[in-house]
Design a binder for this molecule. Structure first.
Ligand SMILES: Cc1cc2nc3c(=O)[nH]c(=O)nc-3n(C[C@H](O)[C@H](O)[C@H](O)COP(=O)(O)OP(=O)(O)OC[C@H]3O[C@@H](n4cnc5c(N)ncnc54)[C@H](O)[C@@H]3O)c2cc1C
Length: 556
């Protein structure tokens, strides 16, 4: 960090413009206005605009949105489809079997389909109109701690205009120290700042390990004559092919406005096969007859990828420390049983806002006061909804029939199941080593057929995500020891980073036989963070690149 940093004091700082923090900031401003409290609220977002880094399914349970804006439809909330009429299928390679009984938590009658990037942009406009200081293009890169590391003072944003060797360019602009009486961290899944908080304050030390899924998704425009656009079904969920029953995950297809659909495949990052490639699985999914029949003749408008924090109730960190609160996916608020985290993220942001108002009135931001937030979460519908799902993701990680025994038992015992709590291991620890005599020709050689319109290679996908980073900047992906990649990881796993990354950021090149070299393409990075989560040696750390870089999602 450079020395000539300006300090920008705020009352409340929100880090990340996802649904959690946007709902939180709006609710806080409204409560403060009602009480006549004049406060400066700031919100930073690493994307170049609000919504640029928002990617989701998404079926929205509007419960928290209705609490925030009972008149959300009249206010112009961008809803894609108001009718969620579900079908739930088990897929084999060529066949589909409709599941006759949809579990109660999979019902979506009260929900609607949204595009998260459009939704957060809409919330961002409201927040700005209310007088909240919104700073898109600013990445929080360092947490500012008190000298004794007992409380958080704010966040430093990254410098801009540094070249790849760390020298200042003509465009250099130093980052600022955003100090605040209270900072709300809503960085989403696998936050890079919350990791720093954990290193100093051990907020995850009593929780079960954080576990994740990764997803590739697209928005596809269908031909106007497509029967799916006028059919009765608007929401499809699938499990089985192409992942099989032993790998967690499944597919989704939702109808949107303007002849579009949202299509995605979610893959549990506790998979064991180092040769598995989530992106390739997504292509296989698109070729399944159920999906291929719907998308034929269509055109991919946008593609992207993101991880989801799915561990649930038992993986929640401590939610408050001196000077800071943690909301949304950063704090593992997602309900994996319902495949939903937007409503819980929003509600957590709103509860954080209510806690901040009390702290402002008392002028006390110590953990003793902010701890009220933990209690508010436990007393709210977030906790009761998620408590029933407390062992769900853990059950899905089991293999074969045992998985279904756990899920069945949980269904009839309000989540307790056969063992409570059901244990889980970190995703980086689940890959199985390849045999010593592994024959490289056994690697899947079948090249998926790309057609440039509907079946896309990774780089075309990156192009359709709008992703751009300045090339001449320090690499934001820290590979701590490339010797591990070039020798041990190659021998044991054949470099799974080259497969689990959906954006071809990692490539292993062999210039002369036996001489391998890791090549990074950080400008392709979609900010999904799969690499930091799944690397079996914990050899990769994801940090924020220069603010404003990354995807430019607008409809996913
Ligand atoms: C493929 C997929 C499908 C999903 N489907 C559904 C669904 O159907 N229904 C549902 O309810 N939920 C769904 N979810 C989950 C849902 O999207 C998340 O639970 C929700 O978005 C979490 O909100 P959040 O505000 O906590 O975080 P996010 O929405 O992840 O927002 C975090 C924001 O913080 C920014 N940020 C991160 N770090 C920094 C930093 N250091 N400095 C500045 N900015 C930063 C990010 O750029 C981002 O904009 C899905 C998720 C995925 C990936």
């Amino acid at each position: 960090m450079t020395e000539e940093r300006e300090e920008f004091p705020l009352d409340v700082l929100f880090v990340g413009a996802g649904p959690a923090n946007l709902a939180g900031a709006i609710h806080l401003k409204r409560l403060a206005d009602e009480k006549g409290l004049e406060i400066e609220i700031g919100l930073i977002e690493k994307g170049d605009q609000i919504g640029s880094h928002s990617l989701s399914g998404a079926i929205l349970d509007p419960i928290a949105l209705k609490e925030l804006f009972p008149d959300y439809l009249e206010r112009g909330c961008p809803v894609e489809e108001t009718q969620c009429r579900d079908r739930f299928y088990y897929l084999t390679q060529n066949r589909k079997f409709e599941v006759p009984f949809t579990p109660k938590y999979m019902h979506n009658e009260e929900c609607c389909v949204i595009s998260l990037s459009r939704f957060t942009r809409w919330l961002g406009e409201i927040a700005e109109e209310m007088g909240i200081n919104i700073f898109p293009g600013f990445a929080g890169t360092q947490v500012l701690f008190s000298e004794d590391n007992q409380s958080i003072l704010g966040v430093a944003t990254g410098d801009k205009g540094i070249d790849k060797n760390g020298n200042k360019k003509a465009t250099f602009e130093p980052g600022v120290n955003l100090t605040a009486r209270v900072t709300i961290f809503g960085e989403g899944s696998r936050g890079s700042l919350i990791r720093q908080v954990d290193e100093k304050m051990e907020i995850f030390s009593k929780a079960m390990p954080q576990v994740f899924e990764t997803a590739v998704k697209e928005v596809i425009e269908l031909p106007e004559t497509s029967p799916f656009l006028t059919g009765d079904t608007t929401v499809l969920h699938t499990f089985g092919y192409p992942l099989g029953l032993d790998t967690k995950g499944g597919g989704f297809l939702y109808r949107m406005k303007d002849n579009r659909i949202s299509l995605g495949l979610v893959v549990g990052l506790d998979y064991e096969d180092p040769l598995l490639e989530p992106y390739r699985m997504f292509l296989k999914y698109k070729r399944h007859p159920l999906i291929a029949d719907i998308i034929q003749g269509g055109k991919v408008l946008q593609q992207g990828a993101k991880t989801l924090s799915i561990g649930g109730y038992y993986t929640m960190p401590v939610l408050s420390v001196g000077g800071a609160l943690f909301v949304g996916d950063s704090a593992a608020m997602l309900n994996s049983q319902r495949l939903k985290g937007i409503h819980t993220a929003m509600k957590s942001g709103m509860l954080a806002a209510e806690t901040v108002i009390e702290a402002l009135e008392k002028d006390d931001f110590s953990q003793a006061t902010l701890r009220a937030y933990d209690q508010k979460v436990m007393d709210s519908w977030i906790a009761s909804e998620r408590y029933e799902a407390r062992n769900f993701s853990q059950a899905l990680s089991r293999k074969g029939v045992v998985k279904f025994m756990h899920i069945g038992a949980q269904y009839f015992t309000k989540g307790r199941g056969l063992k409570d709590p059901l244990d889980i291991v970190e995703d980086c620890a689940t890959l199985k080593k390849l045999p010593k005599d592994f024959d490289a020709s056994a690697l899947e050689t079948e090249k998926p057929e790309y057609d440039g319109t509907l079946y896309l290679d990774k780089l075309t996908g990156v192009y359709l995500s709008g992703t751009q980073h300045l090339e001449d900047q320090p690499c934001h992906l820290i590979v701590h020891n490339t010797d591990i990649c070039e020798t041990l990881c190659y021998e044991e796993y054949r470099n799974p980073c080259t497969r689990f990354c959906p954006a071809q950021v990692y490539e292993m090149v062999e210039e002369t036989p036996g001489e391998r070299r890791l090549v990074l393409n950080p400008s392709n990075c979609l900010h999904c963070k799969t690499c930091e989560i799944k690397d079996p040696y914990k050899n990769i750390t994801w940090t924020c690149p220069e603010g404003g870089g990354g995807p430019k999602y607008s409809i996913v």
